[in-house]
Design a binder for this molecule. Structure first.
Ligand SMILES: Cc1cc2nc3c(=O)[nH]c(=O)nc-3n(C[C@H](O)[C@H](O)[C@H](O)COP(=O)(O)OP(=O)(O)OC[C@H]3O[C@@H](n4cnc5c(N)ncnc54)[C@H](O)[C@@H]3O)c2cc1C
Length: 433
């Protein structure tokens, strides 16, 4: 009987430490340096942040998403899930613990597919938290369907020359290098004809045209770059994982990235639920506490149930990844987690915002940021509709059609069969009447 919902007491102590550390030491960074977690550390920010990272290292919690050979603890996805749900409360926490997206996914693919030289040059400093990276895949005219990408790399002697446009390349403005997905052979299917390159951001021809912001951010102060790759020349050694391997690599990257987002989303949604409960117990109107109103109780009960369902789903999927050690085998459940994640965060944040009244929609409370975050989750790493299609296809694979006009579960035929099976007893019953 292997099913077990308990955390081993030793690891629970580690989680308790992390929880207190994030609340006391890390969350204040969100308030003094909001949205600056991907800006390289200098001056006072470095003085404040480095000791926190050192403390995490001392506790053995740095980069826990990676195996020991890469400087992590090799905790696996289930333990990481329990930690990540604590980190999800804070923008800065993943940086302080060395496990922030998109760098985790980028590190993972360099670890899997990179040459030794690529690992020395990019992976090691990335894992040390000394530089940032960017995954440059989406194009202005095409996102959800990568087979429509047109950015090209053409061989020229020992080099490749890249030309084209990429959109929503998050963190490009502070990243030291870009992982760019391009067409290298237009004469075969996109699944064989696309490749990935590691391109230092300061390579001549890499032009950040504008930094698109999310709602509420000021013009050109966003983090999602529109990039023109204008005759960007890179050597053959910049190719990651070999020619034509882009789709295989992308799947490795996105599988991990999606489940890690989901783990952190549990923490954020729980924060919203905690806030909802505190407000319900504190605010009084029309003769009783909000907590006594049935509508509000409905909000709390629905939120609790949604969060519990989601959390169990994420933990189960994390357990599956550890067990099979292959994202492809867990694709259906990763996609299902990705599908429900935006709704869970949206619904819980929205209800929490509503019961905070006017204060809830102000910039003095975090709810609208969470709601925007939920909308982003329905798009980043692929739109919900596409993931639903993946889930449905995988589910359908385990089913077969029937040649009969009537469905297998058609009751009249099943009843007839059941009656035939129990005929002796039914006759006896009739006889007794
Ligand atoms: C905050 C944020 C950060 C991001 N970071 C990165 C990044 O770092 N690097 C990167 O490369 N990209 C990044 N993206 C881009 C993201 O991957 C794309 O937005 C996503 O793949 C969708 O592409 P699109 O925006 O071009 O939408 P489209 O492909 O134009 O799709 C638009 C809409 O059409 C519908 N749709 C699309 N396909 C289907 C379908 N098969 N069936 C039914 N309906 C469908 C969906 O409603 C979808 O939202 C980021 C996006 C966001 C919002």
């Amino acid at each position: 009987m292997a099913w077990d919902f308990e955390t081993d007491p030793e690891y629970q102590k580690v989680l308790d430490w992390a929880d207190e550390f994030v609340r006391d030491q890390v969350e204040p960074l969100d308030l003094v340096w909001p949205h600056q977690q991907f800006t390289p550390l200098t001056g006072k920010r470095r003085e404040a942040v480095d000791p926190l990272k050192d403390e995490v290292r001392r506790q053995g919690l740095w980069a826990t998403h990676l195996g020991p050979e890469l400087g992590g603890q090799g905790y696996g996805q289930l333990k990481l899930a329990l930690l990540n749900e604590i980190l999800g409360r804070s923008q800065w926490a993943p940086i302080i613990f060395g496990c922030q997206a998109p760098d985790t996914g980028n590190a993972e693919i360099i670890a899997h597919y990179g040459t030794q030289e690529q690992k020395d040059r990019y992976l090691r400093p990335l894992l040390d938290g000394e530089l940032f990276s960017c995954y440059s895949m989406t194009e202005p005219h095409a996102g959800a369907d990568p087979t429509l990408f047109t950015t090209r790399a053409v061989r020229d002697g020992d080099d490749w020359v890249i030309n084209g446009w990429k959109f929503f390349s998050s963190n490009a403005k502070t990243a030291s290098f870009l992982i760019v997905m391009v067409v290298t052979n237009p004469d075969v299917s996109a699944y064989q004809g696309m490749s990935m390159f590691l391109v230092p951001t300061d390579t001549p021809g890499v032009k950040i045209v504008r930094n698109v912001g999310l709602h509420g951010e000021r013009d050109n102060e966003g983090s999602h770059a529109l990039i023109h790759y204008d005759n960007v020349r890179v050597p053959d050694e910049a190719l990651l994982g070999g020619e034509g391997k882009a789709f295989v690599i992308a799947q490795t990257r996105l599988g991990g990235g999606r489940i890690h987002h989901a783990m952190r989303t549990i923490g954020l949604a729980r924060k919203a639920l905690d806030m909802m409960c505190e407000r319900a117990l504190s605010r009084e109107t029309q003769g009783s506490k909000l907590a006594d109103k049935q509508f509000v109780q409905g909000y709390i009960a629905d939120s609790y149930a949604q969060l519990l369902q989601f959390r169990l789903m994420v933990l189960y999927t994390a357990w599956e990844i550890d067990r099979y050690n292959d994202y492809k085998l867990v694709r259906k459940d990763i996609a299902a987690v990705k599908v429900v994640m935006p709704t869970v965060l949206h619904d819980i944040a929205w209800r929490a915002m509503q019961i905070h009244g006017a204060l809830g929609v102000t910039n003095e409370m975090p709810f609208l940021g969470m709601v925007t975050g939920a909308a982003v989750m329905g798009l980043a790493d692929g739109p919900t509709e596409v993931h639903k299609t993946t889930v449905a296809r995988q589910v359908l694979r385990d089913h077969r059609p029937t040649d009969d006009t009537w469905p297998t579960e058609w009751i009249p035929r099943k009843r007839e069969a059941a009656r035939a099976r129990f005929a002796d007893y039914l006759e006896a019953e009739v006889g007794n009447q």
